[in-house]
Write a new protein. Structure first.
Lengths: 165, 707, 284
């Protein structure tokens, strides 16, 4: 079944004709060529595919297009244009928190999700916030440092908001 | 730039932005997709394959579509597509190729393979029993080696300790699944892949297709993690997509699903190590070690894995009398291959655990016991070579003791809810290929191209796979020539343009290839005024390296890196869940080319080692891997990590760039035994297997005495 | 493979169509997308038609009155976690489930209707005496959790029906615990879970509840055993600890599988309950 699905992608209103059962991940990668969103496990366990839908972090490998209708989607390609991204990017570079890079866009998105909910997280809160992102290269400790550096250099960019993830 | 200044990763930004392209991100015109038809049984003759009627533009690619149906690795016993027999569950029979994935799946679902099943061998025990022989060698033994030093049989008045130690499968679980693209264009066969060894792939392609070197080309795509899992396996995939693209003259892409990748690609060898040690005056003066590895049905790299497993003995210790034996067995389980450590994690777990248990039985602190056995410069290796370099184990141990505060922590008591335990390990890792491998087999060659605009390009076959080669190697070149790192170019290797500097394995990239680049850079510096030119540097074995590949006698490695690790654990008294509180490491890796990259290898190796030591339980039942997805196969998440701290002992290696030695694998090897012996210390029981899961702890703590 | 799917505009539309075919109800998708997984880029393996209900406003929102909390089935686990009326013990179970992004998508209705052996909200809902309201085009039914859940992946849901809301009686629980044992500290499925509450006043045990999850195919709760210490004094209750533990032991039937062993599941669950009882009764 093919229907027209309208949604907002990285700030732009778009529409495609597709099967509503189709995964958002596949639509982003194949139809919109947004290859920053990756398939690591296809089961919502690794976090390489996360995007924001209406500002909520979700695994795009689990989302059917039917659940995207009229919503706002942001992938790393959209997020990298923001001030928050700049700060997080610096934090990750400085901390040496990138190795093979495959988990990295997802890790960046999860960091943004964490900080916009908890603007000055404890180590425990950082761990909880990134618990859905698997990295096989770094051992995670530099990633924790990267988040802490982002908070430190962020200058209050993330204001205290909700208190849960 | 200066070698001792920290450099931010050259490829960091593009990765953070999601802009760099892995294999699945590359675009090809008129791309066809391939999916593998796989054996559903572990050993059988294929009587017949009944394919459904193939729609137009859909193709079957199989054994008939390739000149030589053999994957050239070291041997050629593994077929590219199953011949008349399948030997493991998941063995590729053919590729179904087309442009609509739903149609391809439909074709596979409607394909019927008729098997005549044969008896299978599912364990090393069954292989040894030899009721069924599954390979053309006797007793299901692919290879077997034996050597000794001193004379064990002369040891009479000794106290004897023994133990049988086991490790199981471990899956590399790189975040990027395996994949390859074959493209036949203008008479040139090109294969793109996520890989560690472009020239292994090229050689396999030439062997399979009969094409010569000029029209066979391999281009590495950005590789999202490998850890050894992409050392040999890509050669198989490359030959398959090559057959496909040569058949249909269109680009063909093969990328696995995650479950496919977990179940059917190479994994760490399961092992069983029998140790018997002879103690006199509280020192182990004799040791008898027998190592068994499960290779699956094809030999692949298994004999080399066995060699490293054996040559890494006797670890950090000097034991004058040693008898060492090892055997690689054939089974119909998934075939096994390289994974960070490459045989050393298996034997070092056994050795370290054994030392820990003997020390405990002798009521000696394991740290002191191990120190008392430390090997020294000038002493013999287990292959009758000599440790020619200075060995700084005492300094490693001292720094480790201070860093971890071991002496005080040994006195720490359990709390109400947890048993507290602390464990220590000391490990060597030989850098580069075993024995004369670098000189006789690899013969690495590197090139540097100086351009008119004063940039310098690195031309080597080694890949960036996360470890930081694209930062470390340019750093060496830039420092020697004294230019900015931004002026050093290092693109993904394309065999059309780069010489064979050898595979990205065996902790050799910085130490061996980096050294060659160092020397080449010196030549470039001398001639920098010239407009443009290319310099070449070839590997030359150091004089002290004496090695007989027939008898395995001599110096097995050119140089050793060393680690000391302490692990502290809390074992929940009710659930036996283990929390690792701290892991400390002190490393002699020669000289750190970049401290952040070294930190990355240390942290990453620790966490993978922690997975092997206590979490990553992978079992095979009737030839099938049971934990086949991210959820069932538990790798550490960020919530599982300990606090990690490290220090370095600088001990420069003359033949390494700026004195650097290998670091990539060492950092994993010491962790499983450090954690396992910490758990022993915590619950006061002996453990002989990794991973030490809560279920295993329960069995040992509460039930072992009753058995 | 063309899959029929239906995106209803409201609940009436949904229920009207539901009985007409054998629909998979698709809420958050965190289970279905795994079960129906397929090669990346290919169609998911949906053989039956799919009805998308996640965004129906009638199935979202949490309300309460004096006696009950009403949680619509398509609330995400995160929605449930953040609501101040939801009992603490349910929040304790939710925060152990999967990871933040999954909790943003997975729904409480999905967790219940799926009836997986390892679903973590299930034993807690058993403990809370929760009920589920099921609706079809013409009918409304309310069932106790223990009647609705029949076994692994088996419920009393009829064709044409969907899970409308979960209804939880309001009650104060002085002491509550949700203890989950997984194979690692983050993002893991349960090997076993133990949920307990206890109310003590004037040295008398007013209420005591226990539920075990992920061990048997269906969560275990047994009011008969709980009542053995209800209305007893604290010291009498302490004397009955072993009786209680032995009776629960007889109800546990754990499996040996790729994640854990029978022995580990059963014994660890009892030990956890034992510790809870000792501590809860000792505190007074």
């Amino acid at each position: 079944m093919q229907i027209e699905i309208k949604f907002n992608l990285n700030g732009e209103d778009v529409s495609i004709i597709t099967d509503p059962v189709r995964r958002l991940l596949d639509v982003l990668r194949e139809d919109f060529k947004l290859t920053g969103v990756k398939e690591g496990c296809s089961e919502g366990e690794c976090g390489a595919c996360v995007v924001f839908i209406n500002d909520i972090l979700v695994n795009s490998c689990m989302v059917p297009m039917a659940n995207v209708i009229n919503k706002r989607v942001m992938s790393i390609e959209g997020f990298k244009k923001t001030k928050e991204f700049e700060v997080i990017e610096k934090g990750f570079l400085e901390a040496g928190a990138v190795q093979c890079g495959f988990c990295t866009p997802g890790m960046i998105m999860a960091t943004e999700n964490l900080l916009k909910n908890i603007s000055n997280p404890s180590v425990e809160e950082i761990k909880e916030g990134l618990s859905g992102n698997i990295c096989r290269c770094t051992g995670y400790q530099t990633i924790i440092e990267a988040v802490q550096l982002s908070v430190k250099e962020g200058g209050g960019l993330w204001k205290s908001n909700l208190t849960s993830l | 730039m200066r070698i001792d200044t920290r450099k931010v990763r050259t490829d960091g930004k593009e990765k953070i932005r999601g802009e760099n392209k892995y294999l699945e991100d590359l675009e090809f015109e008129n791309l066809y997709y391939a999916r593998t038809l796989r054996s559903e049984v572990s050993r059988a003759i294929i009587k017949e394959i009944i394919y459904p009627e193939m729609p137009e533009n859909y193709h079957i690619v199989d054994k008939n579509d390739i000149l030589r149906n053999e994957v050239k690795m070291i041997e050629v016993d593994m077929p590219i597509f199953a011949k008349d027999q399948v030997n493991y569950i998941g063995e590729p029979i053919s590729l179904i190729v087309g442009q609509n994935k739903d149609v391809i799946i439909d074709i596979i679902n409607h394909t019927k393979v008729i098997y005549e099943e044969l008896p299978s061998v599912y364990s090393m025990e069954e292989a040894k029993a030899n009721n069924v022989t599954i390979i053309e060698k006797e007793n299901n033994e692919f290879t077997s080696h034996e050597f000794s030093i001193g004379d064990i049989s002369s040891l009479n008045d000794c106290e004897i300790f023994d133990g049988i130690y086991e490790t199981t499968y471990q899956e590399q679980l790189y975040m990027e699944k395996q994949g390859a693209v074959g493209d036949y264009k203008d008479g040139e066969l090109i294969v793109y892949g996520s890989m560690q060894c472009p020239y292994y792939v090229k050689n396999a392609l030439m062997h399979a297709t009969g094409y010569n070197g000029l029209n066979t080309r391999v281009i590495q795509a950005d590789t999202g993690g490998a850890f050894g899992g992409k050392e040999e396996y890509p050669s198989l995939m490359a030959c398959q997509v090559a057959a496909a693209t040569l058949k249909i003259k269109k680009p063909v892409r093969l990328i696995f699903d995650r479950r496919e990748d977990i179940m059917y690609t190479t994994k760490r060898h399961p092992s069983k190590v029998f140790i018997k040690s002879y103690v006199e005056k509280n020192k182990i003066i004799g040791i008898d070690i027998n190592v068994e590895l499960d290779a699956g049905p094809y030999i692949g790299l298994s004999d080399v894995v066995l060699q490293r497993a054996l040559f890494t003995l006797n670890g950090a210790y000097q034991i004058e009398n040693a008898k060492v034996k090892g055997t690689v067995y054939a089974t119909n389980n998934v075939f096994t291959g390289a994974f960070r450590g490459f045989g050393a994690p298996q034997t070092m777990f056994a050795l370290e655990q054994h030392f820990n248990q003997v020390a405990t039985k002798l009521k000696i602190d394991p740290f002191e016991f191990k120190k008392a056995h430390f090997v020294k410069q000038g002493q013999k290796t287990v292959t009758n070579g000599v440790y020619v370099e200075e060995i700084k184990l005492d300094e490693v141990a001292d720094k480790l003791e201070k860093l971890s505060d071991y002496k005080n922590k040994m006195k720490l008591l359990d709390s109400e809810d947890y048993y507290y335990g602390i464990g220590v390990s000391f490990i060597p890792h030989g850098g580069g290929f075993t024995g004369d491998g670098e000189a006789e087999h690899i013969k690495a060659k590197v090139k540097l191209k100086k351009n008119k605009n004063n940039t310098v390009e690195i031309l080597i076959a080694n890949v960036e796979m996360g470890q930081g080669a694209k930062t470390a190697l340019p750093k060496i070149v830039a420092s020697v020539i004294d230019i900015d790192i931004e002026d050093v170019i290092y693109n993904n290797p394309d065999t059309k343009y780069v010489p064979d500097s050898g595979p990205t394995v065996a902790s050799r990239t910085t130490m061996v290839v980096g050294r060659l680049l160092y020397k080449a850079a010196e030549k470039v510096k001398e001639r920098f005024n010239e407009e443009e030119f290319i310099v070449e540097e070839n590997f030359k074995a150091p004089d002290y390296l004496v090695w007989d590949p027939e008898t395995f006698q001599g110096n097995a490695y050119m140089s050793y890196s060393w680690s000391g690790n302490v692990a502290e654990v809390l074992v929940d008294k009710i659930t036996y869940d283990v929390t690792v509180k701290n892991i400390y490491g002190v490393y002699d890796i020669g000289y750190p080319i970049d401290i952040k990259l070294v930190e990355g290898q240390i942290h990453g190796g620790i966490i993978q080692g922690m997975g092997m030591g206590m979490m990553e339980n992978m079992t095979s039942k009737n030839g099938k891997i049971e934990q086949n997805n991210f959820e069932a196969y538990s790798v550490p998440t960020i919530k599982d990590i300990p606090n990690m701290e490290f220090d370095l002992v600088i001990n420069e290696y003359d033949d390494g760039p700026y004195g650097a030695k290998g670091v990539g694998e060492l950092t994993l090897v010491g962790i499983p035994p450090a954690i396992a012996s910490a758990i022993e210390n915590a619950v006061n029981k002996e453990f002989f297997k990794v991973p030490v899961t809560p279920e295993y702890i329960l069995e040992v703590k509460e039930y072992a005495d009753r058995n | 493979m063309e899959v029929k799917s239906y995106i209803p505009i409201d609940l009436e539309d949904c229920l009207g169509e539901l009985g007409n075919d054998n629909y998979w109800l698709f809420a958050g998708g965190t289970d279905l997308m795994i079960r129906k997984r397929q090669w990346h880029g290919a169609s998911r393996k949906f053989v039956k038609p799919v009805m998308f209900i996640n965004d129906l406003k009638e199935l979202n929102g949490i309300e309460s009155d004096d006696d009950y909390i009403y949680i619509k089935s398509c609330n995400s686990l995160r929605d449930v976690y953040e609501n101040p009326e939801v009992p603490e013990i349910l929040k304790k179970s939710i925060i152990t489930m999967a990871n933040p992004s999954i909790r943003n998508m997975a729904t409480i209705g999905g967790n219940v209707a799926n009836a997986a052996k390892v679903g973590d909200t299930l034993p807690v809902l058993f403990l809370l005496d929760a009920r589920v309201e099921l609706r079809s085009k013409n009918e409304k039914r309310i069932r106790k959790m223990s009647d609705f859940i029949k076994g692994k992946y088996q419920t009393d849901l009829r064709k044409g029906e969907l899970l409308y809301q979960v209804i939880i009686p309001k009650k104060e629980y002085d002491i509550n615990m949700f203890y989950k044992v997984g194979s690692r500290h983050g993002d893991t499925l349960s090997k076993l879970s133990v949920s307990c509450t206890m109310n003590i006043e004037n040295n008398i045990v007013n209420d005591f509840r226990v539920a075990f999850g992920a061990i048997n195919n269906k969560s275990i709760r047994d009011r008969y055993i709980e009542e053995k210490i209800i209305n007893k004094s604290v010291s009498e209750a302490e004397g009955l600890i072993y009786t209680v533990l032995n009776e629960y032991q007889d109800l546990l039937y754990g499996d040996n599988d790729k994640r854990s062993t029978k022995r580990y599941r059963e014994e660890t669950a009892i030990k956890i309950l034992h510790k809870f009882l000792k501590e809860a009764l000792n505190e007074k």
